[in-house]
Write a protein that binds this ligand. Structure first.
Ligand code: PEP
Ligand code: MN
Length: 366
């Protein structure tokens, strides 16, 4: 995808970009007071939901288009840009009428290609930056697909927002960050700017600082954070919004990281460490190769003696012992458990191949 460099989007921002504002626009007073304070702390792009997608009906669904003239007024009064969520062609038409500067596509919309295509069609010929949130489910293909649809409509000021993924039993996060997905995205599409939304990942104020710092450590381009003049009494997402003052404290403590290492000494030290890592990875692969040869040998044995490939007792033992061994070696046992699930499926695949070859030989014999 050919993307316009974010430096050419005409944004009043320096990296790391911060977009902040309420989950929802509620009243003209709430909007004015929130924006006034955010601006006094240096925020230049405001977010605010006008139409809110809610998981269940009969919850506050945003005040709708009556918010658009209020937004127009604060934009003029405080010289800020304003971003809202759009989910239907009608939202886009109305928002453009009131000079909204930037759109984002919500996580529930990204998950639905019909919706994304309708939005894309409505964006044809519109020169407004569009941010695409990750879909609610951890599917990088759906996320990329949504960006491609918007790109095909001619939008070139295009970015992605990582807001975490729905989960069944994550006790810490409202939406699990599953960082490997945005990292994979950034590796595949280094030109697409990526923001992190620590508010919807965290679900609670206490976690926002650590999620934000993690995003900066991973070289995200910026953050989109919910901030409300009176967070506790917010009409939506009250547990996760920060007051403008708390937001400014957070921005002050965050440590931006520089990706380029200019100091030649630091650079050469890092190169030495990376060479060691390369060596160790080669050793790891040699050991893995030896393991797979043994798996093949066991497969041949099972084949000759008509033993089933999958023996539950054996794998129970493997899954129980390896995390313990890992702990003794100060390696994260949870990581090792996941690793051995992969090793297990590859071992089964290899042995199945051996059995299939046998079947073919037998059929051939007859
Ligand atoms: C929002 O940003 O207010 C929102 C509804 O987010 P998401 O689409 O990530 O749930
Ligand atoms: Mn919200």
């Amino acid at each position: 995808m050919e993307i316009e460099k974010i430096d050419n989007w005409g944004l009043p921002l320096k990296k790391p970009f911060i977009i902040a504002g309420p989950c929802s626009v509620e009243t003209p007073e709430q909007l004015d007071k929130t924006v006034a304070q955010l601006v006094s702390y240096g925020i230049k792009i405001i977010r605010g939901g006008v139409w809110k997608p809610r998981t269940r009906p009969n919850h506050f669904e945003g005040v709708g288009e009556i918010a658009l003239p209020w937004i127009k007024e604060v934009k003029e009064k405080y010289s800020v840009q304003f971003a809202i969520e759009v989910a239907k062609p009608y939202h886009i038409d109305k928002a453009l009428e009131f000079g909204i500067d930037m759109f984002w596509i919500g996580a529930r919309s990204t998950a639905n290609p019909f919706t994304v295509q309708d939005i894309a069609n409505a964006l044809r010929g519109v020169d407004v930056p569009v941010w695409v949130k990750n879909p609610v489910n951890p599917d990088i293909g759906l996320w990329v697909g949504a960006l491609e649809r918007i790109h095909q409509a001619g939008v070139r000021k295009l970015g992605a927002i990582h807001r975490g993924f729905s989960n069944f039993n994550d006790r810490v996060y409202r939406n699990s960050p599953t960082w490997q997905i945005p990292l994979e995205f950034m590796t595949q599409y280094p030109d697409i700017p990526m923001l992190n939304d620590p508010s919807h990942i965290s679900g609670k104020r206490e976690l926002i600082a650590s999620v934000s710092q993690m995003a900066l450590d991973l070289n995200f381009d910026g953050l989109i954070i919910e901030s409300h003049i009176d967070p506790v009494n917010a009409w939506s997402d009250s547990a996760q919004q920060l007051s403008p003052m708390a937001l400014s404290d957070l921005i002050r403590i965050l440590q931006p990281r520089t990706i380029a290492i200019d100091d030649p000494f630091l650079k050469s030290q890092l190169e030495i460490i990376r060479e060691h890592i390369d060596e160790v990875d080669r050793e790891l692969l040699e050991v893995l190769g030896r393991r797979m040869k043994l798996v093949e040998k066991a497969g041949e044995y099972k084949k000759h003696n008509n033993v089933a490939i999958f023996q539950i007792e054996r794998w129970k033992e493997v899954f129980e012992t390896r995390p313990d061994w890992a702990k003794a070696l100060q390696v994260n046992p949870e990581f090792v458990k996941e690793l051995f699930k992969l090793v297990h499926s590859e071992s089964i695949r290899k042995q199945e191949q051996i059995m299939k070859d046998k079947l073919r030989e037998n059929v051939g014999d007859q």
